[in-house]
Write a protein that binds this ligand. Structure first.
Ligand code: NI
Length: 181
């Protein structure tokens, strides 16, 4: 087990677009393992490499008891949208109604460089959109409507973790199982 500190909102790494993976090597496999261990420990339903301070296009997910990972993802999204509560491990304890495409098809690679497709609706679709956003330096609060974003910023500023020196070892346990990506 290798559990890494989760970077929190305010850490510039979360706003930095990640680089594509070019070497499918032992270091990458270790990254996937660390992401998986850290996500399961949090616990969360998804985790992107920038959230542990690594600027590579890699994320893991754990949705409906299925764990997986995706490298260098690209998305095809349905036009139909769905609003549901969404949180993020980089914003401990907070969740807001967030609009996402209802269905998503994510294509990319596994840690061995084999092509992979992850396809689904509901929470899996939400997860792949949330995590791919992380790889572009985009955060779920950017997707909120203006009133919700205003509320979110107010609650973030009032959070005990806000303004802590970065990186900060995660606040545990997170009461967000099922909602935090
Ligand atoms: Ni997140």
């Amino acid at each position: 087990m290798s559990i890494r500190p989760i970077r929190l909102f305010g850490d510039p790494v979360l706003r930095t677009p990640a680089d594509p993976v070019t070497s499918f090597d032992a270091e990458l496999r270790k990254l996937v393992k660390d992401l998986t261990d850290t996500m399961m420990d949090a616990p969360g339903v998804g985790l992107a490499a920038p959230q542990i301070g690594v600027g590579l296009r890699v994320f893991t997910y754990y949705v409906d008891d299925v764990a997986g990972h995706l490298i260098n993802p690209s998305l095809q999204l349905s036009e139909e949208l769905e609003v549901d509560d969404e949180g993020c491990l980089s914003f401990p304890g907070l969740a807001y109604p967030t609009s996402r495409s209802r269905r998503a098809v994510a294509t990319g690679f596994d840690m061995h460089g084999e092509p992979v497709t992850v396809e689904g609706s509901g929470q899996l679709a939400r997860c792949v959109q949330h995590e791919t956003d992380h790889l572009d330096g985009v955060l779920f609060i950017d997707r909120l409507d203006p009133a919700q974003r205003k509320l979110a910023m107010k609650e973030i500023r009032a959070s005990e973790w806000w303004g802590e020196p970065v990186p900060l070892v995660k606040v545990s346990p997170h009461p967000t199982r099922g909602k935090a990506f």
